[in-house]
Structures are given as structure tokens and as C-alpha cells.
Design a protein around this ligand. Structure first.
Ligand code: UT7
Length: 329
């Protein structure tokens, strides 16, 4: 350890923000029906657990949602934006090609000078970003980090494709992660398997002033489902072993919120009672990198997750990427 390094990082505060426009399944189905696309509240609820999602208004970007979540996390941590020395934003829907959304968030928070960058690991983005921030704090590179997941997936949805457009929503969540001599983050594991790039992607890119290829989300849902249920159990067990803990030590499981069936299957495999599972997918849909910090913050503010509780965070998504973080709040 160098002179500035600490043994641990810990979450000092959480925050989240949803854009006000809430769309129920019935409202979305009515809009899609007007374009000749057939879906129903019954199908969406039965196959995914989703009942509603929030969509950002035109002109509202990931940085706008991220800043609101960050301000709430800073208030909960009783700290000023000026005391932050690292900002990491996990997003796959950045405001611009560059600079990073983290730099835009920094500017909107009215601070300058600290390190700021984005992490792109799609729905595993938040556990990636949290692990990077934890490592930088332990290395003495930073003392107080804002780690944000922020997305406007509504911008990349193909509203002619009913197999994907009913699944996603917009939102942001954030935590303040600070150096500490007490735990804190206990262990984490990150993985990727690029052989599965094609099962969940937005294949378009900008070239010569044009978008080349399709700029809308494509997903082979059943293939993603199958991979997700197998990796989520494994990575949770790996992280428990690294931390010398067992399944029985988990007070709360906060998984990526994509599909209630995936979440229930993971809880069952880990032999966790469903009461320990934090579920927000019914109200948020899949908000990609924002889903875990959104769910964490809602559970903290509802008084469910309390200081001292042991929490398992798990992300999985395009890449294929996946990972988990075990922490004592
Ligand atoms: O965020 C990253 C992680 N992402 C995920 O974890 C998503 C993982 N995948 C899933 O959650 C599920 O695979 C889906 C929810 C996407 C799909 O559920 P499924 O049970 O795998 O359904 P399916 O794709 O096998 O489709 C079943 C049927 C099909 O009809 P046929 O071919 O059996 O006649 C679809 O055309 O359901 C049909 N269908 C729909 N029907 C009404 C697909 N989407 C819809 C829809 N409304 N929106």
C-alpha cells in the first residue's frame, strides 16, 4: 500500500433518478398498435415481469439523468461535489461520441479538474465501474468517487421490433464510493466473452459523417436468457468464495433488472428466499447500466437495505459481459 491507499472503499451514499414520463404496458401497446405492432400487457408481464418503464423527454440525455442521481447520492453521503476526485459513468447511450458523458456530468455538477471517464460494458457496466473505482481507491489514485449508471435506451430501440422495444427504459443511479479503513467492498469479479458480440448489440457506427449499419438495438433474447442464468450463479459463487463468505451471508441480492424469470432463477440457484431479492424491473423495465444502482437506491430509501447489510450486486449484458460485487453497506 502506498501512503495514500486505503484497505477498503465503502458506499457513503446512494441516489437515483427516473424521468417523469411513465408508460404502462397498455399505453405502450396502444402506441405500437397504431403502427401495426401487436403486443399486450399480459405477454410482457408473463414473460418479463415488466409493467411500466420511464422514457426521457426529447433533448434529455444520459448526463442529465446521471447528474440528478449524482446530486441525490452526494446529498445522502453529506458531501459536496467539490470533494469528488473521480467520476465514472457506466453507459451505452452516451450524450456524444466524445467527450465522455462523465466529463459532461462533471461540468453540469459545476466542478472541474478531477478524473472523469466512461465505462462501456452495457448492462454489466455498473459492476465494472464500481470495481474500477474500488481498485483506484485501493491504489491511492482516488479517495472519493462518484460512480454512476445512466441510460436513455429509448433512443436506440426499434419500435417496429416487439421482441425488444417493450423491454427497456431510461433512468440513472449513482453511489458515492469513498476510501475507508472498514469494509466496504469485499470482493468482485468481472468477465467478458466476445464470442457472443452478435447476440445483443447496436451494430451501427459513425463514419465519414454518416451512420453506417443499424443504429438500433438487436437482441437474440432466448440466447441472452440462457447465458445469463448460467453465468450469474457462477460469478456469485466465485465472489462469495473470494470474500470467504457463503450464500447464507447474503442479506440482499440486487441483480441487473432485465427479466423477473432470470432473477428468480438466480435466487433459487443460490438458495436465497425471494424476500432477499430486490426487484424494480416491474416499474423500470431494463435500464441497462442504470438498473443496479437504481434498484440499490430504491431499496436503501425504502429502508429495506440498511447499514451493515451484506449485498450482492450482479450485472450481465452485451459483450457478452458479466460480473458481481459483494459489499457490506
Ligand atoms: O439486459 C441484458 C440482458 N438481457 C436479458 O437478460 C434479456 C434476456 N431474454 C429475455 O428476457 C427473454 O428471452 C425475452 C423476454 C426477450 C423473450 O422471452 P422468451 O420467453 O424467450 O420469448 P421468445 O423470444 O421465445 O418468444 C416467444 C413468442 C414468439 O412467438 P412464436 O414465435 O412462439 O409464435 C414471439 O414472436 O413470443 C412472441 N413475442 C411477443 N408476443 C407479444 C415476442 N415479443 C413479443 C411481444 N408481444 N412483445
Amino acid at each position: 500500500m502506498n501512503a495514500n491507499s486505503h484497505r477498503f472503499s465503502r458506499i457513503a451514499g446512494t441516489g437515483s433518478f427516473l424521468p417523469p414520463n411513465r408508460l404502462t404496458n397498455d399505453e405502450l401497446a396502444a402506441q405500437l398498435a397504431a403502427q401495426g405492432i401487436e403486443t399486450s400487457d399480459q405477454w410482457i408481464v408473463e414473460r418479463t415481469g415488466i409493467r411500466a418503464r420511464h422514457f426521457a423527454a426529447a433533448g434529455v440525455n444520459s448526463s442529465d439523468l446521471g447528474v440528478e442521481a449524482a446530486k441525490r447520492a452526494l446529498a445522502a453521503a453529506h458531501c459536496q461535489a467539490s470533494s469528488i476526485d473521480l467520476i465514472i459513468v457506466a453507459t451505452s447511450t452516451p450524450d456524444m461520441v466524445f467527450p465522455s458523458t462523465a466529463c459532461i456530468v462533471q461540468q453540469k455538477l459545476g466542478v472541474h479538474g478531477c478524473a472523469a471517464f466512461d465505462v462501456q460494458a452495457v448492462c454489466a457496466g455498473f459492476v465494472y465501474a464500481l470495481t474500477v473505482a474500488d481498485s483506484m481507491i485501493k491504489a491511492g489514485v482516488a479517495r472519493k468517487a462518484l460512480v454512476i449508471g445512466a441510460e436513455v435506451f429509448s433512443r436506440i430501440l426499434d419500435f417496429k421490433d416487439r421482441t425488444t422495444c417493450v423491454l427497456f427504459g431510461d433512468g440513472a443511479g449513482a453511489v458515492v464510493l469513498e476510501a475507508s479503513d472498514e469494509p466496504g467492498l469485499l470482493a468482485s469479479a468481472l468477465h467478458a466473452d466476445g464470442r457472443h458480440v452478435g447476440i445483443l448489440c447496436v451494430p451501427g457506427h459513425v463514419s465519414g459523417g454518416h451512420v453506417l449499419g443499424d443504429p438500433l438495438l438487436k437482441m437474440d433474447g432466448p440466447a441472452v436468457f440462457k447465458l445469463a442464468v448460467s453465468v450469474l450463479e457462477r460469478v456469485a459463487r466465485d465472489v462469495l468464495a473470494k470474500a470467504n463468505r457463503t450464500e447464507a451471508d447474503i442479506d440482499w441480492l440486487v441483480p441487473h433488472q432485465a427479466n423477473i424469470r432470470i432473477m428468480l432463477s438466480t435466487a433459487k440457484k443460490l438458495e436465497l428466499p425471494t424476500e432477499k431479492l430486490v426487484v424494480t424491473v416491474h416499474e423500470h423495465g431494463n435500464t441497462s447500466a442504470a438498473s443496479i444502482p437504481l434498484a440499490l437506491d430504491e431499496a436503501v430509501r425504502a429502508g429495506k437495505i440498511q447499514r451493515g447489510d451484506t449485498v450482492m450486486l450482479e450485472g450481465v449484458g452485451g459483450g457478452f459481459t458479466w460480473g458481481a460485487v459483494l459489499l457490506d453497506l
